[in-house]
Design a protein around this ligand. Structure first.
Ligand SMILES: Nc1ncnc2c1ncn2[C@@H]1O[C@H](COP(=O)(O)OP(=O)(O)OP(=O)(O)O)[C@@H](O)[C@H]1O
Ligand SMILES: [Mg+2]
Length: 268
């Protein structure tokens, strides 16, 4: 398994490179497990920039981002937070699930994400101009919008937006082959099965199965699980806990998968 291996799904690599060259921040949107994190890591390698990831949540304060004064051995010293470290070192700062953060915590990003490219640390009385290599990347999953959380237009419009989605079937098969030791026929069956469930998600009303869960199922099969067993544990059970829905999903899966476990693993 290669953590940097990324299969592109359109022009996202080019868009990211243009944004980097023009010192513009990027907003990635897309469903869970479609490759957002993998893409940012890949771009970090491609552009030779370290990636500093911050997972956003509703208790995140601007001090958690920029830093705070801390008491150590009787002294009070300023300690940089991950955002400040990323700006100073010219890294790619990746704010994951940014929609989870409170608006007042994100306000600190405004001066960094416009022509100023500057971080104002009022408390430390410091002004940091972002170097060439610094880039801000945010991501969120628009499908979770039911949570009443929305990004402000004044925030969203600062970013170049790159919408991401699951790969087309042939490319998703390649991801499974790269990430798990299974035969192509197995990978194809898993992707077909996911395709059918995805196209029925209007009926089921849940987030469709991601590339992540397909990789998990493929790895289970490579480890010795039967196809139905792997799909049940790695794909169907995480999707829904509703008994009737689960039964419907099992029928879809059974129609696609092989019931014999010994033909599933890749012959060495
Ligand atoms: N385009 C891709 N190329 C290579 N691997 C991929 C790709 N898309 C998904 N994967 C596989 O799916 C897994 C999940 O991808 P990733 O963690 O990047 O999803 P994500 O979009 O960040 O999800 P989340 O929103 O839940 O954080 C990866 O570890 C990788 O195995
Ligand atoms: Mg992610």
């Amino acid at each position: 398994m290669n953590d940097d291996l990324y299969f592109s799904n359109g022009n996202e690599v080019q868009l990211f490179e243009w944004a980097f060259a023009q010192h513009m921040p990027v907003m990635l949107t897309g469903p869970t497990g479609c490759g957002k994190t993998r893409f940012v890591e890949h771009m970090g390698h491609l552009l030779s920039r370290p990636v500093i990831t911050i997972s956003c949540h509703d208790d995140l304060t601007s001090a958690d981002l920029v830093g705070r004064f801390m008491v150590t051995g009787g002294d009070v010293i300023w300690t940089d937070g991950p955002l400040t470290m990323a700006v100073k070192s010219g890294a790619i700062c990746y704010l994951d699930e940014v929609v989870e953060a409170r608006h007042d915590s994100l306000a600190i990003l405004h001066s960094l994400t416009d022509h100023r490219r500057t971080l104002y640390l009022d408390r430390a009385n410091e002004t940091i101009k972002a170097p060439e290599g610094f880039m801000l990347v945010c991501s969120y999953n628009p499908a979770y919008r039911s949570s009443l959380k929305e990004l402000k237009p004044s925030f969203r419009q600062r970013f170049v937006t790159v919408p991401m989605d699951y790969l087309p079937a042939e490319r998703e098969v390649e991801v499974l082959l790269a990430e798990a030791q299974v035969d192509r026929a197995v990978a194809e069956r898993l992707v077909e099965c996911a395709g059918t469930i995805r196209s029925a998600d209007d009926v089921f009303h849940f987030e469709p199965p991601s590339t992540r869960v397909l990789v998990a199922a493929a790895r289970f099969i490579a480890a010795g699980a039967g196809e139905m067993e792997a799909v049940e544990a790695c794909i169907l059970a995480p999707l829904s806990s509703d008994g009737a829905i689960h039964e419907g999903l099992r029928e879809i899966a059974a129609a696609h998968l092989s019931t014999s476990s010994d033909i599933s693993r890749r012959t060495p």
